[in-house]
Design a protein around this ligand. Structure first.
Ligand SMILES: Cc1cc2nc3c(=O)[nH]c(=O)nc-3n(C[C@H](O)[C@H](O)[C@H](O)COP(=O)(O)OP(=O)(O)OC[C@H]3O[C@@H](n4cnc5c(N)ncnc54)[C@H](O)[C@@H]3O)c2cc1C
Length: 822
């Protein structure tokens, strides 16, 4: 009977839609299409299922809303009486003259001495708890961070670390922060730059994932549900600990049929309520807008067939700056952090021998032993034969062999244990540990396309296409003064994923060796987006826009591709009995975005998978494992990173910082907002590193007057003032834009070099500022200016400067400057 009713409802829906001119037009928004055609796997009954779920969802949402409001309301009594109340109240018979005469409920309640004592004790207990809470915020933070050279010196010193973390994407950085704030001695080693991998290439959402919630409901999948719940709680935490980098973002979901309106509204309300009820999140409530209000919110939206707009909120962030901020916070707690330093091998000793031992007995126990330890380099024959040697004793990983890519020098670092947090490159490190290890990664590529904000009439709303032609979701989000659109989800051959971080080498290895310390590091080239993917993203966006605003390929300002480090779980016995097809995991969209922590027989811990949003949880799980497996003794057993304000957030006061930037330094609102959102309470230090400027009038050959912005060199006093405190002296307007249409300033280059460990030109244009990811053409033009500032700061030779500029151009090519593969 129900399926019959479903068919009737569905055909009514289809009939209605079939008469809609929009439904007949090509390129109808998918939300409508998805419903009018057989949306679910079951055709009409799939429609019924969706309708039933939508109605059930609405019911549940209503119920939850009632619960939410009633639980709030149960403590709130009306604060005034209406006329009806007065009429209903019985007239007083007599006026009480003393408290004893008054009715019971009006008598003042006098507390007994015992009660007063209990209250005093409770207050002092609360005071103690507050003090304990303050104590739990961990060791004191350093006021001035060590330089990269000082970090490197510490790394080279012959001391054993508690923990080495390989890879400074968001996951590795999170682990380093967690470990350092729990009082452990930790080293974070990154072969390229902080966030150079996937962590600078995400969609920028800090979210539970509406799509994952839908899947959790449809498939009754508790794992997906838990992931959404956990991620929503993380969204709240990140908004608190990094308020300068993570912000609420209103996202509009345009709908084109009544059923879609009910279905998606129910989903968005459930998403919102789940966040409120499980983590006390206070994002604005989901709203449904009329077509007129929808068009006001997103003026470039096509009005054709539009029935309503649903607005819900999620978080957005700047992923590379979030990662950098996490690294800097870890360093402020005493972590050793080095970028441009590659782990090229693992140090392993026979089980039972101390790290770095020279015990001859231990040394004899393996053929490959050198001074008691085995360094497995690369995945070459030596490593393979070492692993194949069944007679060899069980080994334990006790350190890493690293190569400083700035100087080419190689050395080893010892530790009680090593964590592999290399995301898409996890299997490469796992093979260093055990060449016979099975791959766990099922990599998938996602690309983003950046368009100018004016095409979207500078709307502050994001847009969500909830069901693309191939059942993905596409976001259109305002970001960094532009609009990013994405993403795709394309299975990637493992080899391509592992090579995606390989260096772009403008010179051969021989030149590199000959150039010695002048060679400089070479950045990851990253994956290059396929032209077909770029077109796919544009085609997903186009139907939503007004006809007069159609976007074309030439509007694209930047393209970037990233690898999702999706994983299969080696802790699951089924992992070892999977067929080759299952292992290759061709359908990546069915793989949950959960993370995996795995301990290898040699005690190498690998953590991979997950999402940027859940990095703190990944870090905590990996570190808790490390504490257990390596027998570490942290000061605090529990993670405290939910209480730690990230770098830039400690003294974050939006109004005060904005006022200082605009009135004292003379920045316009766009620049001031950009500095605030990138650097938080450090924005004034960046401002102080901008060159003082003044407008002077010049007489042009034709006799007319023109104003020219001139800069004078940054004085040493200014530079010193910009060290750790807000500079005391301010002398008029400062700073010039590196590119006229973008708010990035000269001072940011100096700040990146002096305070954020930027070593290469690409570090500055891609991750400390995001110009390469926003506008490759503007980034190409600023290369000479940035190179000149960095040359002055770092004392680069002419040759090194040229090399940096050439490498930067190669990087921009990988973001679509000239190269897009067919
Ligand atoms: C297209 C796309 C969109 C996404 N959107 C979102 C989103 O909106 N929200 C969200 O929450 N998540 C999103 N994600 C997921 C999220 O970006 C990733 O889960 C996260 O960034 C992975 O971080 P990671 O630190 O594990 O890996 P990575 O960031 O890749 O870091 C690994 C690091 O290890 C380094 N490394 C590798 N080998 C070595 C070595 N031998 N020695 C030293 N260092 C080494 C690499 O250079 C790299 O920096 C998205 C992912 C993709 C691909």
């Amino acid at each position: 009977m129900y399926s019959h009713l479903g068919r009737v409802l569905a055909s009514a829906g289809r009939a209605g839609l079939a008469h809609s001119p929009r439904a007949q037009a090509a390129g109808i928004p998918r939300a409508a299409r998805a419903f009018s055609s057989s949306a679910g796997p079951g055709g009409p009954s799939g429609n019924f299922r969706r309708a039933a779920i939508a109605l059930a969802g609405l019911g549940a949402a209503g119920g939850l809303a009632y619960l939410a409001t009633s639980s709030e309301g149960s403590f709130t009594r009306p604060s005034f009486l209406t006329a009806a109340h007065c009429d209903a109240a019985p007239a007083p018979t007599s006026v009480p003259t003393s408290e004893a005469d008054a009715p019971e409920e009006f008598r003042r309640i006098r507390s007994t001495p015992e009660e007063r004592q209990a209250r005093r004790e409770k207050r002092s207990q609360e005071r103690l708890e507050r003090m304990e809470e303050r104590r739990r915020i961990g060791p004191a933070r350093l006021k001035t961070l060590p330089t990269r050279a000082e970090h490197m010196e510490r790394l080279r010193a012959d001391e054993e670390y508690d923990l080495i973390v390989i890879g400074a994407g968001i996951t590795g950085s999170g682990i380093a922060l967690d470990a350092a704030s729990r009082g452990l001695k930790v080293a974070l080693i990154e072969r390229d730059d902080f966030a150079a991998g996937t962590s600078s290439r995400s969609t920028k959402l800090i979210h539970g994932g509406v799509r994952y919630l839908e899947r959790a409901v449809f498939d009754l999948d508790s794992k997906q549900y838990n992931l959404v719940r956990e991620a929503l709680a993380e969204r709240k935490t990140l908004l608190e600990i990094a308020p300068h980098i993570v912000h609420p973002q209103a996202i509009l979901l345009p709908v084109y049929s009544f059923f879609d309106a009910v279905y998606y509204y129910a989903g968005a309300v459930c998403y919102n309520l789940l966040a409120r009820l499980t983590s006390g999140d206070r994002m604005p409530f989901t709203r449904i807008l009329s077509p007129t209000r929808t068009l006001e919110a997103f003026p470039s939206l096509s009005a054709e067939g539009l029935r309503a707009g649903i607005v819900y909120h999620d978080g957005v962030n700047d992923d590379a700056r979030l990662t950098t901020s996490t690294v800097l916070t870890a360093a402020s707690y005493g972590a050793t952090v080095v970028n441009h330093t590659e782990v090229v091998g693992l140090v392993q000793v026979p089980e039972g021998a101390a790290a770095g031992t020279t015990d001859p007995a231990a040394a004899d126990s393996t053929r490959h032993s050198d001074a008691g330890s085995l360094v497995i380099q690369g995945s070459g024959d030596a490593a393979a034969s070492a692993a194949a040697d069944t007679a060899a004793p069980r080994m334990r990983t006790t350190g890493v062999e690293v190569r400083d890519r700035l100087t080419g020098q190689t050395f080893t670092v010892q530790a009680k244990g090593v964590i592999n947090a290399t995301g898409p490159f996890s299997d490469t490190i796992r093979r260093l540990d055990d060449p016979a290890s099975r791959p766990i990664l099922v990599p998938s590529q996602g690309i983003h396309v950046v368009l100018p904000a004016h095409l979207f009439e500078h709307s502050t709303f994001g847009l969500l296409d909830p069901a693309t032609s191939d059942n993905r979701v596409v976001f259109v989000l305002p970001w960094a003064g532009s609009v990013l659109c994405g993403t795709t989800d394309t299975p990637l051959p493992r080899a391509a994923a592992e090579n995606s971080g390989n260096v772009v080498e403008p010179v051969g290895p021989a030149d590199l060796a000959a150039a010695g310390s002048e060679a400089g590091p070479l950045p990851s080239g990253g994956l290059i987006a396929r032209e077909a993917d770029v077109e796919w993203v544009l085609n997903a966006v186009r139907p939503y826009l007004r006809k007069d605003l159609q976007v074309s390929r030439s509007d694209v300002r930047s393209i970037w591709a990233g690898v999702r480090p999706l994983v299969r779980d080696p802790n699951n016995p089924a992992f070892y009995s999977q067929t080759a097809d299952e292992q290759s995991g061709t359908n990546t969209s069915t793989i949950a975005r959960t993370h995996v922590v795995h301990v290898s027989p040699s005690s190498l811990i690998t953590v991979s998978g997950g999402k940027l949003t859940t990095f703190r949880i990944m870090a905590k799980d990996a570190l808790d494992s490390a504490i257990r497996v390596f027998g570490l003794t942290p000061d605090t057993p529990e993670a405290i990173t939910d209480k730690i304000k990230l770098f830039g957030a400690e003294k974050y006061n939006e109004a005060a910082i904005l006022s200082s930037l605009t009135t004292e330094y003379g920045f316009d609102a766009e620049v001031a907002n950009h500095l605030l959102r990138s650097y938080g309470d450090r924005a004034t230090q960046v401002a102080a590193l901008c060159a003082p400027t003044e407008w002077t009038s010049v007489v042009l050959p034709d006799g007319t007057l023109s104003s020219v912005l001139t800069t004078r060199p940054l004085e040493e006093a200014d530079a010193a003032a910009a060290g750790t405190t807000v500079p005391p002296r301010v002398s008029g307007p400062r700073g010039f834009r590196l590119a006229p249409d973008h708010p990035y300033l000269d001072g940011e280059v100096r700040y990146a070099v002096r305070h954020e460990y930027a070593c290469t030109l690409v570090d500055v244009i891609a991750r400390r500022t995001r110009l390469a990811f926003v506008d490759v053409y503007a980034a190409a033009k600023v290369i000479p200016t940035v190179a000149a500032i960095m040359q002055a700061e770092l004392g680069w030779s002419e040759e090194r400067t040229k090399r940096e500029m050439a490498t930067a151009r190669l990087f921009l090519d990988s973001c679509g400057l000239t190269t897009v593969t067919e």
